[in-house]
Design a protein. Structure first.
Length: 184
């Protein structure tokens, strides 16, 4: 079953008997690249399968809850979730790798607009940011958390504080990216 991203989203949102087949299709399409990524970054095949299942489930939840905005293709979105999930697993195991240690060469083979060099630059910039700021941006942009959800996740006083923190982190990210751009 070969479906466009638009068809996949429509079928998932409408539900029904075809949802299971669509999810299987997504799972099989993402399987190789995510398991390869985990294997290349200190995990085993079972770790890769666990990360894949969690990423696909998170994607489905985000689609159903209208958190997936379609800013990237589905493959790239699921890959981003898997990557962040694996980083959390490594951190929990006490084996946290820096963003520079993670292999960006496994970046999805889809028609994503990000090339390997851009991913490496972004990873290098994220590595320079404080951990909390990185996490806020990851949840805001990879997981499409709203200000309300960010506020709850990071125990901020209210949504406005979450918006302000996100804005400051984004400003810092842009400043760091500008420095890199000016060097080249």
């Amino acid at each position: 079953m070969k479906l466009s991203d638009t068809e996949i989203l429509r079928k998932l949102k409408t539900g029904g008997s075809h949802t299971h087949r669509v999810m299987d299709c997504i799972y099989l399409k993402s399987r190789k690249k995510i398991i390869t990524y985990v294997l290349k970054n200190g995990g085993n095949k079972q770790d890769g399968q666990d990360v894949l299942q969690e990423a696909v489930a998170a994607f489905y939840t985000n689609v159903i809850n209208n958190r997936f905005r379609g800013d990237s293709d589905i493959d790239g979105y699921i890959y981003g979730i898997a990557r962040n999930t694996w980083l959390k697993v490594l951190k929990a195991r006490g084996k946290e790798k820096s963003f520079k240690d993670i292999d960006p060469g496994v970046v999805y083979e889809s028609s994503s607009s990000l090339d390997e060099n851009a991913v490496q630059q972004l990873d290098g910039v994220l590595e320079q940011m404080k951990y909390n700021c990185r996490e806020i941006l990851v949840y805001a942009y990879y997981y499409n958390y709203s200000a309300s959800e960010l506020s709850e996740k990071f125990n901020f006083k209210n949504e406005q504080v979450a918006r302000n923190k996100k804005s400051k982190c984004l400003k810092r990210l842009r400043e760091l990216m500008a420095k890199i751009k000016n060097k080249s």
